[in-house]
Design a protein around this ligand. Structure first.
Ligand SMILES: *Cc1c(COP(=O)(O)O)cnc(C)c1O
Length: 393
């Protein structure tokens, strides 16, 4: 068990692998594919897993271990495995734990590629899925079948920033003997720790708030040690491991996660309030706006509202195009959780693979805009959005 001794911010900075003989202050990067053995007996015992040591970087690497340790302490998890991307973490978690014939009960509002995994690849392994409505958890138990093995959800959701009641999912999972797996990427471990609410496993795309500067792809799954061991066995063979360099970047990034996310949330709330008062905007959604339908729930399970604001501009797709073309400072890009504010049109980008019907079922309208509010001065972010909205008047 990776028990945290200190407060969140301190663990994020002070969780470190052992210093090398050079007594460096900042950790070195262990760019090595393999590790050497002392002698024949050491080699045999290492491969027999009788020793807790690094053998080959597909299995483990000091930089990866440091990143995993930090995230485990932040999430209150027993163990973890770090992946080359968030989707590698999502896929490997499913692939390691599910058998042919199993069934997953998933929130409908999930990351686009996770949805594509369910619809395009699960069928060929005879893994079924049913989507539940996140605002109707009263009836979720009716969707459980004898084959159901796992409940899967994200909160806040992408791109609609809806909130899913994690405690309720935790109790449904426990009562029915199901695994609860939560993609906690939108919140980051700083804002929300799903294990507290009964999650067995927590997945992150480290590409987003964890790196926070748009440099690397990364993913991680943390949670119960026996489940992580199964995931580790799968990953050790199939090779989706995170590179030492990216792990090093991530470990450094986590040192500043708390201060960065505090500012992301402060700026995002400012942007949300501005949009709420604008006449060219139909609606705004941000978990910590009082007008958010699940404001109370968001307050209960999150420390602050996160970096993403969703809103709908009046005038649909053509107004949307004019608005995007008028943006000067913000980046038109598909990433999020970056220090640079990013503006996206989900219907034509991240969620374009969904049918129109599927999009509307998850609240993605043609006029919907998603802003990942960054760390620039909030006045400049708002000014850019304001001048682009003016073209619509
Ligand atoms: C980005 C994202 C992923 C996938 O992560 P990658 O690092 O891009 O593979 C998974 N889930 C959510 C919620 C995401 O935002």
């Amino acid at each position: 068990m990776k028990k945290a001794k200190h407060k969140f911010e301190t663990e994020a900075i002070r969780t470190q692998i052992e210093r090398s003989q050079f007594l460096e202050h900042s950790n070195p990067i262990y760019m090595t594919s393999s590790f050497v053995f002392e002698d024949a007996e050491d080699m045999r015992a290492s491969f027999a897993e009788e020793k807790d040591r690094n053998v080959y970087s597909r299995y483990s690497n000091p930089n990866g271990s440091e990143f995993i340790d930090k995230v485990c302490k932040m999430e209150g998890a027993e163990a973890g495995f770090a992946f080359a991307s968030g989707m590698a973490a999502v896929f490997s978690t499913f692939a390691a734990l599910l058998e042919s014939g199993d069934h997953v009960l998933s929130a409908r509002n999930i990351f686009g590629s996770t949805h594509s995994l369910f619809t395009q690849f699960f069928p060929k392994w005879q893994i079924g899925h049913t989507y539940f409505k996140i605002d109707d958890l009263e009836h979720i138990e009716a969707l459980i079948t004898p084959k159901t093995k796992m409940i899967y959800a994200e909160s806040p959701t992408n791109p609609g920033v809806d909130i899913v009641d994690l405690e309720r999912l935790g109790s449904v999972a426990k009562k029915n003997g199901l695994l609860l797996v939560i993609d906690n990427c939108f919140a980051s471990p700083y804002l929300q720790q799903p294990i507290q609410f009964g999650a067995d496993l927590v997945i992150h795309s480290g590409t987003k708030l964890m790196d926070g500067q748009g440099r690397v792809l990364a993913g991680i799954t943390v949670g119960k040690a026996d489940l992580i061991d199964t995931i580790y066995r799968f990953a050790r063979i199939t090779g989706p491991a995170l590179s030492p360099f990216n792990a090093w970047v991530l470990s450094k990034s986590l040192e500043t996660l708390a201060v960065r996310v505090d500012r992301h949330c402060e700026n995002a709330l400012g942007v949300a309030k501005f949009l709420e008062s604008h006449s060219s905007v139909n609606w705004v959604k941000y978990p910590f706006l009082k007008s958010h339908p699940q404001y109370e729930l968001a307050k209960k399970q999150m420390k602050a509202g996160g970096s993403v604001v969703a809103f709908e501009i009046k005038g649909g797709i053509s107004a949307g195009r004019s608005f995007f073309d008028a943006i000067k400072l913000l980046s038109l890009s598909a990433n999020l959780g970056d220090s640079r504010s990013i503006i996206t049109h989900p219907a034509s980008t991240t969620h374009s693979k969904l049918s129109e019907e599927e999009r509307l079922a998850t609240g993605i309208t043609d006029g919907m805009v998603r802003i990942s509010v960054g760390l620039e001065h909030v006045d400049d972010i708002i000014e850019d959005i304001a001048q682009a909205l003016e073209v619509l008047d």
